[in-house]
Design a binder for this molecule. Structure first.
Ligand SMILES: *Cc1c(COP(=O)(O)O)cnc(C)c1O
Length: 356
């Protein structure tokens, strides 16, 4: 039986994507070849890469606005260092919002390149909210933020207005909600949270911000070189890009990001309503910053852990335990999670009331 997969990443993808991907492993486009054995320079794969790049921009509303989309390797963790390498001037500085573990990891990498200014941090409260009321120095080379904090279950609802380039790690909420994406100059997202399998990172970049910053950048870390090579500077992760394309096509088929957002809102509302109603549970994140992708919650009484764990496992739920830095539970309800699966979890939470 297919499980209800609440894993934070790699994570659930639409069932129809799994089916199409598995067919392509055996026979891609009726070519008599597997997607895994064709040349990345073949006409069929170049078409996959081109469509994935243009569909990503189309869904984000960035087509024809001076942006390029790339499918690179090295995960979001490599983007942590590529952003400063490409955007921070020699002896320059960058502004960072410290909203969680991934933001901290991005800051650590930026420090190898220059000065980092932490404009706000919620570290003291174990990142249970998004820092607010901060000021961004106008002489920084860019401002970096994390739109959704996968581990802590917080999500930025507003983004600051600033005249410097805005860089955003959207790994765990890309394509989940409608934003004015033209406010961002560099967006990156590891595919394995909400877009595809592990192995590729979507990078969306406003080309004009890639003016020379005075650094000599090694080729594989140079965004301009990847753009020039149309995301084929070296062998791309063929299968990960293909599965990402299938997911983007699925989003388009649903009616685009705005339509998917409505479904995501309904799922998040259903689950948070139960967390707030059920006296056995409490939410881990500040209410106003609650993530619609990663819902973190705790049992009020840890003595109920074994009973609750047995109940959700019995219901076919997988991947629910929280990250060790928060404890409790984390329900990752990415785009592909059906509301029926969320209802199964809600029913289990209700059932716990009758079992104790
Ligand atoms: C998972 C995650 C990362 C790390 O991604 P990798 O692709 O494993 O490097 C970075 N940022 C956020 C917000 C994440 O959720």
């Amino acid at each position: 039986m297919k499980k209800h997969n609440y894993s934070a990443g790699p994570s659930i993808l639409p069932q129809e994507v799994f089916e199409k991907a598995s067919k392509a492993v055996l026979n891609f486009n009726d070519s008599g070849l597997s997607i895994l054995e064709i040349s990345h320079r073949s006409k069929d794969f170049v078409a996959v890469m081109d469509e994935a790049r243009s569909l990503a921009l189309e869904l984000l509303g960035l087509q024809g606005k001076g942006y390029q989309a790339l499918f690179l390797q090295g995960g979001a963790s490599t983007a942590f260092l590529m952003a400063p390498y490409n955007l921070m001037k020699e002896n320059g500085k960058a502004a960072y919002l410290d909203s969680g573990t991934w933001a901290t990891a991005a800051i650590k990498e930026a420090k190898y390149f220059g000065e980092t200014v932490i404009v706000g941090s919620s570290k003291e409260e174990n990142y249970n909210h998004i820092p607010k009321g901060y000021e961004i120095p106008s002489d920084a080379d860019y401002f970096h933020c994390t739109s959704n904090n996968t581990i802590f279950g917080t999500q930025m609802k507003e983004f600051p207005a600033t005249n410097i380039p805005v860089v955003c790690d959207m790994s765990s909420d890309i394509f989940s909600r409608d934003l004015d994406f033209s406010k961002f100059d560099l967006i990156y997202a590891g595919a394995q949270k909400n877009m595809g399998p592990a192995g590729t990172t979507l990078v969306v970049i406003k080309e004009e911000i890639l003016e020379k910053n005075g650094r000599t950048i090694p080729s594989m870390l140079d965004y301009a070189k990847h753009i020039k090579a149309e995301s084929m500077y070296n062998t791309p992760p063929v299968f990960a890009v293909y599965v990402s394309l299938l997911t983007l096509q699925w989003i388009k088929g649903k009616g685009g990001i705005a339509a998917v957002e409505k479904l995501n809102d309904a799922k998040a509302d259903l689950l948070y309503a139960e967390i707030d109603r059920n006296p056995l549970f409490k939410g881990a994140a500040a209410v106003e910053d609650r993530s619609k992708m990663n819902v973190t919650f705790l049992l009020n009484n840890a003595d109920h852990t074994a009973t609750f764990d047995a109940l959700w496992k019995e219901a076919g739920i997988s991947g629910l335990p929280g990250h060790r830095s928060v404890g409790g539970y984390r329900a990752s309800i990415y785009n592909a999670m059906p509301i029926e699966s969320v209802q199964v979890l809600v029913d289990v939470m209700k059932a716990l009331e009758t079992k104790i």
